[in-house]
Every structure is written in C-alpha cells, then in structure tokens.
Design a protein. Structure first.
Length: 668
C-alpha cells in the first residue's frame, strides 16, 4: 500500500520495526488527548449496552446475582475487610497502651472480621458456580445468533466476508466479564478513596498518600509498551528462521509417508542443522516480549522507584514526625496502598483492553448486517394452474458470470435452451465453466449479466424456497453432516426423516447398504464428531492401563472411504426424490471415487428416476452417460464450443469426438 492510498482511504498511519527475526507493523497512536477516552467510551457504549441486554435476557436472575457477587467481592469486601482489620488492630493497640485490653470487644471485632471472610468465601463459591451457568447460557444465545446469520448467508456473502469465518460465540462472555470487572473496580476505587478520605484523612495523611499510591499505575499507563494494546501485524522475515520453522513442520504425521518413501530423513536433518547454524544468536522470543523490553533504563528505574514512594513516605514520617503515625495507621496505610495500587492498575488495564474487546463483540453484532441473502421473488413454483409432469424447462440467455474476487469470467455470453424432461450432459476440460452452469441453475450464485428463465419467468422472480424444494443436486462438493447416517440420508426429505422404509430404499438406490452394515450402530452411527476427545497428564502412552483402554475406545474415529461417502450423499439425493416435488436434478461429478461397477449402477438408478424431472449431468467420463443424453453440451473457456447428440457430435469430428476417442483408447 502506498502513502497516497493510505491518505485517500483515511487509514491511520503505520510504522514498521524489526524485532529479532520478526518484522512488526503497528498503527501509530495519535497524541494523547483528554477527549480520547471520552470518544472511545461513546463508541463502545452502544455495543456494551446491547451486550448487557443480551446477557440479561439470557437469564435475568443469574445476571443480577453474578453482578452483585462480583461487586461485593471486588468493590465492597476489600474495604470492609480493611476497616474491620483496622478496628481489631486499634483495639489491640489501645489495650497494649493501657495494659488493660477489652477482651469482649476485641473478640466481637475478630468475630465480625471472620464472618466477613466466611461470607465472602461463600459468595465467591456461588459466583463461580453462577458464572459457569451464565457463561453457558450466553454462549448458547450467541451460538444461535451466529448460526442464524451464517446459515442465512449465501455463497456470494461467504466469499465476500471471509473475515467473518472465524467469528465465534466465545467473544461475548469475556467482554461482558471484563465489563463487570471494570464496573466492580470503579466501585472499589470509589469505596477505597472514600474510606481513606473519611478514616485516614483525619490523620493528615490521606491526600498525599493517595497521590503517591497512584503515581506507579499512572506512569505505567502513560509509558507502557504493550503490543497487545495496539493493532499490529507480525511477519517472520529472517529467511533462516522461516526455513527452520518449515522444516519443523515436517514432524507432522501428514508428511510421514512422503518422507519415508522419498528417503529424505537425513536430508531434512542436515537442512535443519544448517538453518540453525545460520540463524545464530538471532532473537526468536515472542514479538510482544521484545516490544515490552524497549523501555529505557531510566524509565524502568523511575517505574520501580514509583512503587516504593508510599514506603518512603512512611520512613520520612517516622523520622520527622514519629508521633504522627501509630502502628495501626501504618498497617492501614500499607494495606490501603496495596489495594489502591492494584485497583487502579487493574482498572487502567481493563480500560486499555476494553476497546479491543468491544470491537470484537461489535463484529458479532455486525454479522447480521453483513448477511448476503439470495434474492427471492414472489411467484410460486410450479406456477399456479400449470402442472409440470415432465420436469423444469430452462432458458439461458447471454449469461455471463464471474466469481466474487475473480478477475476473469467463468461464463461468457452463454445461451442454452433446456426442454422439460430432457437429459442434458455437459462435458469439457477443467475450468471450462461446466460446474458454474449448475451453480447458477441451483441459485448458489446469480449471474453477473444475462438471464435464466423458467416457464418464461425470470428465475429470480420465483420464491426461492419453492425453487429449492423443486431442485435436487448431487455434486462432488457435498459432505457428510456431523449427524447419524439416518439423518445424513433422511435429510434429503426432512418431512420423512423418521421414515425408515424410505431411508432404506434410498440407501439401496444410492448403493450405501454395505456402508451402513459395516457399523455396529447401523443407521445411528455418527462419522463426523464436532466435539473434541482429548487426554491430559502423563498416564497415557506408558503401557496398557484401564485409562489407556478407555482412551483408545473413545478416540477411535469411525471413518469411510471417499467412495463410501459419495454413496451416502447419493442416497440423500434419492431420498430427496421421495418428496415428489423435484423437477430439476443437477449432477456434478458425483462418482469420482466410485469403482466402475458402482458408478454404472448409480447412473442407472438416476436414469430410472428421471420421470417428471429435467436432468443435467456434468462429467469428465462419457461412457455411462453421453450415449443416453438427449443433448450434449461441450464447453470451452466459458462458452459452448459445440452441442448435439452423441451421434451428431461424433460425425462432426470436433472437440467432443476427440475427447471421446481419447477415453475410448484407454479401453482398447
């Protein structure tokens, strides 16, 4: 990015610096202004208010009890404990001075202090229990929020908003927790300053003492070099460090077979030793650690001395005003100093961290505004009064399309007429636009220009839900859901997901009966587990134990081959046919991992189910399909190079004929 670009887009200025093996790029912070915290607070307040509202609605009682527990433990109890401790010390000191301590009063004061401690212990225990419950409810609330937003986003929105892919519900709770902590710290600071003003101020030490206590956290806040507080980018630029890191990656299991069969173990070890040697004494510590070491010696000395200012104050008073401080006052001052320091230090840290945390939550809320929904029209499908017993007729006119972020068109001014009930086969080399046609017909994307019409009406004028209901697709991009096999197949027709007869029939048509039989749980087997299985400690890996046996059992992953996955997905498609509403079937290379017999059987079953459906096949392999096609479309560089039946295209001796002969030669 040039400086001119930065100015035109009004970006904050940036600077780069080399820290050891890393290049660190940070935004240049604007000069400190008293108005800056106010502006930041105004920006963050709407998001915080919405977050508090969402947490409250997740569970009002838990919210209130958790907040009160936090305020008590952080903002009230420390000052109350200090007051009770000071009272005990005062009573003891008075008794020692007179030689006649009031035992009952001292006992009562100690009991009050112990009751306060016990009550706080109970509050903390309940607060942690409530925190776990409230955290779970908040996560569930935001999980639903993110799920709705992401499921509502079409593929164009996904491609345009790659930065939102990492957004999770885990952003909400830490920000709320930090906000409660900051509010509790404010209550604590007010209470501590009030206590000092009312109690210690009477000894003429209050104002000076408070000022000295605050010097250290304020200095740290103004002179802190903390990389976490700044937007930054870190890049490893030392070539020997990059080489060493890349070689270390080869330890992973995914590379073992290639390394063993390639006999390159010794070469890797030699290269690693060479990279380490060339790296020398270069600093490889984390950039945040190196960044924090930039403070000068004098700055560090002053920071250390500032922490001892209250102690110096005690010493000076003891020398020049020995009667101005009692032992109780000194003990109270010492404890107050420690509390004030940590309260303001934590409060300043929370303030610095809050802006970044709030911006992360703001991204969650903006997710709903970044939802890109495929346009839905108002026309019902099939059109009222017009039954479609022969499938869906389609007309593509001057269709041009480019994928989001792409510089070249995937389709160029393409026109094609598909009659109701036809079997159309699209062939061509990789990247010729075959799959793109299917994605536009199934409205995964909308054309950049041109139109697709169904029964004379634009595809975008129909209700999207109706078109989805009337379309079935079977592609190589389909995946197994992290659900049971029954769900994976049954979700082809959600209305019949409990109908085992239909599911079993669809399983037979998709050729997945053997896949189901291989699992002891049958249709209830789950292949993809979204939850983690992990172990802790050194017990595992040291011989056979009861624990290792359990680990082996629970960590064993049920899996299937690529071909078996394709059979399960094909079964889901046949289940979709049971709805009776499917009028368009798009099949895009669904048999790449199937053996020849399974592939032949799959296409046989698909052709048997063609009644009342328009079928579009995309394939590289011609044998099972092209001779049965009503029309073959041969694609090249986003356009139709030739079109016709198998016999017509063979007679033309064009591109299709050449591709067919190349494949046929392999079987001669």
């Amino acid at each position: 990015m040039t400086k001119n670009d930065s100015k035109e887009k009004d970006y904050p200025p940036i600077k780069a610096q080399q820290l050891g093996v890393y290049r660190v790029i940070t935004e240049v912070s604007p000069p400190f202004s008293l108005s800056t915290p106010w502006k930041q607070a105004k920006t963050a307040l709407p998001t915080l208010l919405r977050l508090f509202k969402d947490v409250y609605t997740a569970s009002p009682w838990l919210f209130v009890l958790f907040a009160l527990g936090h305020v008590w433990s952080t903002g009230i109890e420390p000052v109350l404990s200090l007051h009770l401790s000071s009272r005990v010390l005062n009573l003891i000191e008075a008794g020692l001075r007179t030689g006649n301590p009031d035992k009952s009063v001292i006992f009562q004061a100690v009991i009050l202090r112990l009751i306060c401690t016990a009550f706080t212990a109970v509050v903390n225990r309940e607060r942690h229990r409530l925190e776990s419950k409230l955290n779970g409810k908040v996560n569930l609330k935001f999980q639903g929020f993110i799920l709705r937003a992401k499921l509502a986003t079409d593929l164009t929105g996904v491609a345009n908003n790659q930065s939102t892919a990492h957004l999770t519900e885990n952003r909400a709770w830490p920000t709320f927790q930090l906000s409660i902590e900051a509010l509790s710290m404010i209550v604590a600071a007010v209470n501590q300053l009030t206590y000092i003003s009312l109690t210690i101020l009477s000894t003429e030490h209050g104002f000076i003492f408070v000022a000295l206590c605050l010097v250290k956290p304020l200095l740290d806040s103004l002179s802190s070099h903390n990389l976490f507080d700044k937007p930054h980018v870190v890049e490893a630029t030392n070539p020997h460090y990059v080489r060493r890191s890349s070689l270390l990656e080869l330890r992973k299991m995914q590379y073992r077979q290639d390394i063993i069969t390639g006999d390159i173990v010794q070469h890797i070890l030699r290269e690693f030793r060479r990279a380490v040697s060339l790296l020398g004494d270069a600093d490889m510590s984390e950039p945040c650690q190196q960044y924090g070491r930039r403070d000068g010696t004098l700055s560090q000395i002053f920071s250390r001395l500032a922490r001892d200012l209250p102690m110096l104050y005690y010493a000076i008073n003891a020398i020049f005003r020995p009667k101005g401080l009692t032992l109780t006052a000194m003990a109270t001052l010492h404890q107050s100093e420690s509390m004030l320091y940590w309260t303001f230090d934590d409060l300043l840290w929370n303030t610095r961290t809050m802006q970044e945390r709030v911006s992360r939550v703001r991204e969650l809320y903006e997710l709903q505004h970044n939802v890109h929904r495929t346009k839905s029209g108002d026309l019902p499908y099939p059109p009222l009064g017009r039954p479609h017993e022969e499938g869906m007729p389609l007309e593509l006119q001057n269709l041009t399309f480019s994928y989001p972020g792409a510089t070249n068109n995937a389709l160029n001014n393409l026109s094609l007429s598909i009659k109701a009930g036809q079997v159309l086969v699209i062939v061509g080399e990789n990247g010729s636009g075959k799959s793109t046609i299917v994605k536009l017909l199934t409205r995964l994307y909308d054309a950049t220009s041109g139109s697709i019409t169904i029964d004379g009406a634009d595809i975008q004028d129909y209700r999207l839900a109706d078109l989805r209901h009337a379309t079935a697709s079977l592609t190589q991009d389909h995946h197994i859901f992290p659900l049971s096999l029954r769900d994976n197949i049954g979700l082809g027709n959600p209305a019949q997901v409990e109908n085992m007869e239909m599911i079993q029939a669809a399983t037979r048509q998709g050729g997945a009966e053997d896949v189901v039989r291989k699992f002891s749980d049958g249709y209830e087997a789950v292949l993809e587990h979204p939850w983690g299985v992990y172990s802790r400690g050194n017990t595992l890996g040291k011989g056979k134990t009861a624990l290792t046996e359990i680990w082996e059992r629970v960590s064993k992953k049920a899996d299937v081959s690529g071909g078996e996955r394709q059979r399960l997905v094909a079964s889901r498609t046949f289940m979709r046919f049971t709805s009776g509403a499917v009028k368009l079937v798009c099949v895009d290379e669904p048999s790449s991992n199937l053996d020849p017999e399974a592939e032949w059987q799959l296409f046989q079953n698909l052709r048997k189910a063609r009644a009342g459906k328009t079928m579009i096949f995309v394939t590289h392999r011609f044998a099972h399909l092209t001779k049965h096609a009503d029309v073959i479309v041969c694609m090249k560089e986003g356009s139709i190079s030739e079109m016709g039946t198998h016999e017509e295209l063979m007679e033309r001796d064009g591109e299709y004929c050449q591709m067919f002969k190349i494949q046929a030669t392999a079987f001669e």
